[in-house]
Ligand binder design. Structure first.
Ligand code: ARG
Length: 474
């Protein structure tokens, strides 16, 4: 029978750990090792771990805790470890538990005795918190760039469709005509707030736990400002217990990721709808469509459907980590090791979703005639009629609403749009109505009339477009 490497039943290492096994006589059981090891997940933080160690070693030497010769050897060794990791040559070992001990053990093989001095005045507890903050800081920066790229794709499409009228919906029922550019720019606004949420999370997480050591700080004369600065943090964390125990920074990023994923799913859903035969508003090229293995005619917008589904996984990560952290006493507990997998998964999912949304947005081609025809259906100009009655006949809006409603009912009975009614028909309901009313009864006129700030009139949209182009650099 093949050995199940995921569920080992026999010990792979008879001896106790070289890192912490001083008071142990025997090694861990195989299951103990399997449940304890996190290296498969946290090896993604190898670069951050090496950066943290380089800063720590440099500080230890500048404060006289270790010699400059030892620090130089450590530096050289760590750079070699980094090269091995990047080249895919590093031999990761589950027996060495995690990325931190793997890196340190390899450093010892390369440089010998000075490697043992690196862990002076630190613990894996502050080390892992530091690595994770560095990793998430990079993730926030990448996501910000991807959100900006998505915004630019929306902006480019908006720029081409300022005068394209489409139906605006409420309750998914035709409501009032809007410009396609206006619709697209609403997602630019939404994405900007997503960027703000990631920026906020990044600002708050950018404090350095390194030097908090296991939980209580250290008796060595370390300089925490120096390591914080070297790693690009704004300051060292002020409470050593907080430094090793807090994971709210990861929860904040997952919250931002969850909201962002939910926001993306809304446009994804519209892409799905717009690409259906029923709507016929848009289509995706072959590059963004998939076929059916049984129905030869099918073109499915699978990527949009998958973006619509991503919140399931990403909110799952947030819920999972909230549950891990809930009720944990101070300071570090091994439960916290379960923080990385959900975060990595959520960030991977979100980055892919953002790439897909930017790609699909650029790829969409719109059926302007179908949009314009739909914009004029279903009495989408009824509000314009009511507004005209208020403006020209001085009626209160509530009364005008009633008049317009009766006219819609009559048109519905005759199966014609409002503009196709006879003036006499309208006058039978409200005698004051005259010829001029017809000037407001079209989808385009309706769209063009909504010039209030934030409204859908092309004059307003051009102002918004110019502002966004200046802001996004395009
Ligand atoms: N792999 C651990 C984690 O991710 C590192 C910290 C371990 N600390 C400890 N005291 N065992 O949380």
């Amino acid at each position: 029978m093949a050995k199940d490497t995921k569920n080992p039943t026999t010990a792979s290492t008879p001896g106790s750990s070289a890192m912490w096994g001083g008071r142990f006589e025997a090694g861990p059981s195989a299951v103990m090792e399997a449940i304890n090891a996190s290296v498969d997940v946290d090896k993604r933080m190898a670069d951050q771990d090496i950066d943290g160690s380089l800063a720590h070693a440099q500080m230890l030497s500048e404060t006289g805790v270790i010699s400059s010769a030892d620090a130089a050897a450590i530096r050289r060794g760590l750079e070699q470890v980094r090269e091995e990791v990047h080249a895919g040559e590093f031999a990761w070992s589950a027996a060495l538990e995690d990325v931190h001990m793997n890196v340190e053990a390899r450093l010892k093989e390369i440089i010998g005795e000075p490697a043992g001095r690196l862990h002076t005045a630190r613990s894996r507890n502050d080390q892992v918190a530091t690595d994770f903050r560095l990793w998430l800081r990079d993730a926030c920066d990448r996501i910000d760039r991807q959100l900006a790229a998505y915004q630019r794709a929306l902006l480019a499409q908006a720029d081409d469709h300022v005068d394209q009228v489409m139906p605006g919906f409420t309750h998914l029922q035709t409501a009032q005509p809007v410009s396609l550019a206006h619709h697209l720019l609403s997602y630019v606004e939404l994405a900007q707030r997503d960027r703000g949420r990631f920026a906020d999370a990044r600002r708050r997480l950018n404090e350095c736990p390194l030097g908090c050591a296991a939980l209580a700080g250290t008796a060595f004369p370390i300089d925490r400002d120096m390591t914080a600065k070297a790693l690009g943090f704004d300051r060292p964390m002020a409470n050593s217990l907080d430094g090793v125990a807090a994971r709210d920074f990861a929860l904040e990023v997952l919250s931002a990721a969850s909201i962002c994923a939910v926001n993306l799913s809304r446009f994804a859903e519209e892409i799905v709808l717009w690409c259906t035969r029923r709507f016929g508003f848009a289509s995706l090229s072959d590059a963004w469509s998939t076929g059916s293995s049984i129905m030869p005619q099918k073109r499915n917008p699978d990527a949009a459907e998958l973006v619509r589904a991503k919140p399931g996984r990403i909110i799952g990560s947030l819920t999972g980590l909230l549950t891990v952290v809930k009720g944990l006493p101070l300071a570090y507990s091994k439960d916290l090791q379960e923080d990385k997998a959900p975060v990595f998964q959520a960030i991977d999912d979100l980055e892919l979703a953002l790439l897909a949304m930017a790609g699909m947005t650029a790829d969409l081609s719109f059926n302007g005639a179908a949009m314009e025809a739909a914009a004029g259906e279903a009495y989408s100009d009824a509000t314009d009629l009511a507004d005209w009655v208020v403006r020209e006949l001085g009626k209160p809006f509530r009364e005008a609403h009633h008049i317009a409603g009766s006219i819609v009912k009559m048109a519905e009975r005759k199966s014609v749009p409002l503009a196709a009614l006879d003036l006499a028909d309208m006058q039978s309901i409200e005698p004051g109505i005259d010829e001029r009313v017809f000037s407001v009864l079209s989808a385009r006129a309706s769209m063009e009339s909504r010039t209030s700030f934030g409204g859908t009139a092309p004059v307003r949209i051009r102002e918004q477009l110019a502002a966004w182009k200046a802001r996004l650099g395009k």
